[in-house]
Design a binder for this molecule. Structure first.
Ligand code: F6P
Length: 568
């Protein structure tokens, strides 16, 4: 709901501003000793438990946050999203990624049209195509089955599919379905990424999926042309029809590129790039690798959260609670960052994906009406799987800056290991850390406790932990395709909740444009200098100096090496 009143001008915001000063006087040790409070801060839904009792919040804080949600018209905004209204106002578009995982018989409208049948047409086409590739009835130019897939795309056309692929890789059902197959991702325009992707692969058994919403992204298109050359060089230009397919909203450009439009898989402008993993962007490469049945479970998991987000009361609504708590931490405590710490190696690409979902969505400086915001939005998201992160950046989180942490744990490991004679099984060892870290952050360790342990006096300041550092824990019953879909949707909607409360447009990304246009200027200069010997001009002193040095020192390297074969 576009409103010219900024959220910071409302009474609930002002109430929270004064309430936070009271909370600051209370240590988490005290808050955690109140069992009723803690009980009220545990929410279960469909195999997922959220415990937010280690947030610096009381039931009173939550009431204030619900008031803030009301002042921000949160429920109306969620409804407007599901109703397909053009809530992405700067691009005049609906935001309907929830339709990508809606059941076949659902009705979801954009511009007066039910989009669900279109979604299922594409899903059916993916199912059919991926089955034909997987069972060898779709073959390459030399008649061989296509066992290897390179998905070429960047940003939202890469990070979500990579996260899901990495998460499924060790799931027993998914990995069985992927036997004998490989899925790789080519994202960076760095030629090293090309070399790494094609290393060990043969064009005759490789299928390239070019994934780009716009089909104009410079990195993706150069990488796509490079792989087209790799295929054509070995198999001839006509092989492209059998070895390259595309996922895009721009089917005209797909055809112009030379890919048969019959081998193109559509999606729509009401799907934002970073919200597109449930469209053909993710579903096609993942179905090629794991089969459509597995991917369908992933979609169903996301859909379960969509329905929960739409209908659950705020007090029980996982994405709403998470979003409100993030607003609390960013806007009232002023914590600038958030660490995403999954205690599962399978989730190693979750934080990089959420970095884009969250930071591209909520890193904004103006309200949805274009008014400059007198408060910060978004947070710096980063993370690594535990326990690896513990041996890296946790020092800063324990004794340096305060960074609210999301601990994500799994009850049943995808790959359990039991060693005879060990105190616990390997997953229990991992999970011991998942349970220990939040308490270490919350309670800390006092000088008095250290004295009782006879710690040397001069070491006491170094070994003291202030504690009072907030975190929340999400415990998933397992990590299969369904749960991965749920986790994805929880975070997607959480980011939307934050943006809805802050009153910004979480669905555009104008901030990435300036760098792109400046790169075009540099590209032109590099061409003019290399081909026509023109001097560097039109840039500031710094860029001129660095560009000139780069041109001079790289002049011995041939500008267009004659081969695209990897040297490794
Ligand atoms: O970097 C900006 C961006 O537009 C992202 O939002 C998007 O996910 C990415 O580029 C890739 O865009 P496309 O899918 O159009 O190639």
């Amino acid at each position: 709901m576009a409103s010219s009143t900024l959220i910071c001008e409302t009474q609930p915001w002002k109430d929270l501003k004064s309430h936070v000063e009271d909370i600051k006087k209370t240590h988490l040790r005290e808050l955690l000793s109140d069992t009723d409070r803690c009980k009220s801060m545990v929410v279960d839904f469909d195999g997922i438990t959220l415990d937010y009792s280690r947030q610096r919040a009381t039931p009173g804080t939550m009431d204030n946050l619900y008031n803030l949600a009301e002042a921000a018209h949160l429920k109306e905004k969620i409804d407007r999203m599901f109703n397909g209204e053009h809530i992405n106002s700067t691009e005049n578009r609906s935001v309907l990624h929830v339709a990508l995982r809606a059941p076949r018989d659902a009705v979801m409208q954009s511009d007066g049209k039910n989009v669900v049948p279109d979604v299922w047409n594409v899903l059916d086409k993916i199912k059919d195509f991926s089955e034909r590739v997987r069972n060898g009835s779709w073959v390459g130019a030399t008649g061989k089955a296509l066992t290897d897939v390179i998905s070429v795309g960047i940003g939202g056309s890469f990070l979500g599919p990579l996260f899901v692929h990495t998460a499924l890789q060790t799931d027993p059902e998914a990995s069985k379905c992927a036997t004998g197959r490989q899925l790789r991702f080519l994202a960076n325009v760095d030629p090293i990424d090309v070399a790494r992707n094609i290393a060990g692969l043969k064009p005759e058994t490789t299928l390239v999926v070019v994934v780009s919403k716009t089909f104009t992204t410079a990195e993706t298109m150069l990488n796509a042309r490079t792989l087209r050359a790799w295929i054509s060089k070995e198999l001839g230009p006509s092989a492209v029809a059998k070895h390259m397919v595309a996922v895009s909203t721009n089917l005209m450009l797909v055809e112009k590129f030379g890919i048969d439009p019959n081998n193109a898989f559509a999606f729509w402008d009401w799907v934002g790039g970073r919200y597109s993993v449930c469209s053909a962007v993710g579903v096609l490469p993942l179905s090629l690798q794991y089969g459509f049945t597995v991917v369908d479970k992933f979609l169903k998991g996301a859909s379960s959260i969509d329905q929960h987000f739409y209908s659950a009361p705020f007090e029980k609504n996982l994405p709403v609670l998470l979003g409100m708590l993030s607003v609390w931490n960013v806007s009232f405590f002023g914590y600038p960052a958030r660490a995403i710490l999954p205690y599962s190696q399978a989730l190693e690409k979750f934080a990089p994906h959420i970095q884009q979902v969250s930071m591209e969505s909520n890193g904004k400086g103006v309200s949805i009406d274009g008014k400059p915001l007198p408060f910060e939005t978004g947070e710096i998201d980063f993370g690594e799987p535990g326990t690896n992160g513990q041996h890296s950046f946790y020092q800063l989180i324990h004794q340096g800056r305060v960074i609210p942490c999301d601990f994500i744990g799994v009850v049943k490991s995808q790959q359990p290991v039991y060693l005879e004679g060990e105190v616990v099984n390997n997953h229990d060892e991992l999970m011991s850390n998942f349970f220990a870290q939040p308490d270490a952050l919350a309670y800390g360790k006092t000088p008095e406790e250290l004295q009782k342990e006879n710690v040397l006096q001069h070491l006491i300041p170094h070994k003291t932990f202030s504690g009072n550092r907030p975190s929340l824990s999400l415990l998933l019953s397992s990590l299969d395709a369904y749960k991965i879909g749920q986790l994805l949707a929880i975070y997607e909607h959480r980011v939307a909740v934050q943006g809805f409360i802050w009153g910004i447009n979480s669905f555009d990304q104008w901030g990435v444009e300036l760098g792109k246009s400046l790169a075009t200027q540099v590209r032109k200069q590099l061409h003019a200098s290399r081909v026509k010997g023109e001097p560097v001009e039109g840039f500031n002193f710094s860029t001129t100096t660095m560009l000139t040095k780069y041109l001079k020192e790289s002049s011995e390297v041939p500008a267009n090496p004659p081969t695209i074969l990897p040297r490794i």
